[in-house]
Design a protein. Sequence first.
Length: 369
Amino acid sequence: MQPKANWAYCASAGSGEGRDERLDLLRGFCLLKMVLSHLWPQPVDLQIAFGFVSAAEGFFLISGATTGIVFGRRAERAGFAFASRGLARRGVQLYLLNLGLVFCFFAAETTRILQYSQIRHPGFSAGELFDLNQPYFLQVLPRYAVYLALAPLALACLRTGRTALLVAGSLGLWTLVLAQGGALAIPYLENGPNGGFLLLSWQLLFYGGMALGFHRDRVGRIWRTLSVGTTVVLPGALFLLFVGLGVANSSGRLGWPVSLVAQLFGRDQLAPGRLLDLACAALLFFALVDRWFVPIRRTAGWLLLPFGRSALYLFLAHTVTYGFFLSLAPWLPFALHGHPFRLALAGGLHLALLWALARWTPGRRWLAL
């Protein structure tokens, strides 16, 4: 079925700021799913609705693509050195902000403001405060910061026609982790108890996305030659297959050994099945947003576009609101667990606060990318 011609995306339908609003919508959707998935306690299992892939994979992939677009243009206009300094500076900013939150949570746990101790666990050592594996969903941004700090090397490859070298190197590191059984962590950086998102595995998403974003025009020309069967029907069918497998696995009806499921779909090492699930979901959802951009923007843009444009800022902010949520839960005069209406109300208030922060606070521009 063909969408109406005036429903499809065109560059002139953008924000006027040089942004690709298809990516903003999709990243906003990923952030929305991440925030709802982090709600404690969770009203429903949002993970199985997408098979084995989570919103974090989409977040890294789209953020890499946005980085490639923005800093590729910046390098073209102001020079490679200027763009590289911007990437390194942004990486340092994110790491320091994340580190500041870690110390705030540490202080809150020490003074017992937070009742659920996730940092001061048995065997805690002060060096863990600088680890990448942090609680309260603070594992994502420090990895993002590392990837940004190293992104000038990727940008140099992309600008000098060595995209194949970048992709081959990224695939090689990912394959190396798989060859080590998905247990190749960086010493002194990934030793904490709140593990996940192995640095050498998840870089494939960020730098792969960065290559796609940098070569946006070339990729766009190829995209326009693909049929609906290639972009919607085939990936849609495979995606539904992964969703079915995920539901069966979650309910215990799949019957596959746990070790096999971890080897095929494990999160930490970004296992091959999980990567294929992501590829199918990315193709399908991008195609739907591309072909039905106008009605999607009209109906959901008011929520998803502010979230997508301020994704880094809001992800950082939601870790704070999540911490407050944990600290207040024991003092509420009613229980949230097992009460869908109360959970929906709490989630709605949480999202409303984040939406207001995206619309009206200066931090959204400082961390916009």
